[in-house]
Design a protein. Structure first.
Lengths: 121, 106
């Protein structure tokens, strides 16, 4: 069974940093691209970042470019999101999600249970 | 690409046929996915690439559309279908979602 388990969320002050982790199991982790998607309280879903299976290609939404870094350790089957210079508008539940085999028009399946990031002084 | 879902919410009864629409700001070549999300839970994919039913998803869910206009239909609403539904375009990066449609019990 494919499982994704996020960790690392918590309360951080504006301008602070946090690193999220997503432990994957049940599939050949290095063969699949992975994404981070967030959801602010009571709001819709927002794709944040993606990384190819090898880690050689990364993608970001404009609002986090230069502040967030996605990475992966395929030897540990773990995905990461390093978040720096956090702002109030970054507060959300962050989900990691698996993409299907490489091809056009990817979808996300499955998703982890999410980890909550709160940005407040 | 902007994704606009309608309605934002709806009330329906068990057994009703429910239709949710999603409009893209430009053509997305059919790369439109639908997710179901229940309160406090992660989203779950229902339909991908406009009309392909994810394994394990009941056949009462169906998707259709082309160009910029897409539809999710629930043929006979069941108690477990009360949830929020999100559309997502994956034609171009950044992938973008609609604002969600909340399906409530009438």
């Amino acid at each position: 069974e494919v499982q994704l388990l996020e960790s690392g969320g918590g309360l951080v002050q504006p301008g602070g940093s946090l690193r999220l982790s997503c432990a994957a199991s049940g599939f050949a982790f290095s063969s699949f691209s992975m994404s981070w998607v967030r959801q602010a309280p009571g709001k819709g879903l927002e794709w944040v970042s993606a990384i190819s299976g090898s880690g050689s290609r990364t993608y970001y939404t404009d609002s986090v470019k230069g502040r967030f870094t996605i990475s992966r350790d395929n030897s540990k089957n773990t995905l990461y999101l390093q978040m720096n210079s956090l702002r109030a508008e970054d507060a959300a539940v962050y989900y990691c999600a698996k993409e299907p085999p490489p091809g056009p028009g990817p979808w996300f399946d499955p998703w982890g249970q999410g980890t909550l990031v709160t940005v407040s002084s | 690409i902007q994704m606009t879902q309608s309605p934002a919410s709806l009330s329906a009864s068990v057994g009703d046929r429910v239709t949710i629409t999603c409009r893209a700001s430009q053509s997305i070549n059919g790369y439109l996915n639908w997710y179901q999300q229940k309160p406090g839970k992660a989203p779950k994919v229902l339909i991908f690439t406009t009309s392909r039913l994810q394994s394990g998803v009941p056949s009462r869910f169906s998707g259709s559309g082309s160009g910029t206009d897409f539809t999710l239909t629930i043929s006979s609403l069941q108690p477990e279908d009360f949830a929020t539904y999100h559309c997502q375009q994956s034609y171009s990066t950044p992938s973008t979602f609609g604002q969600g449609t909340r399906v409530e019990i009438k």
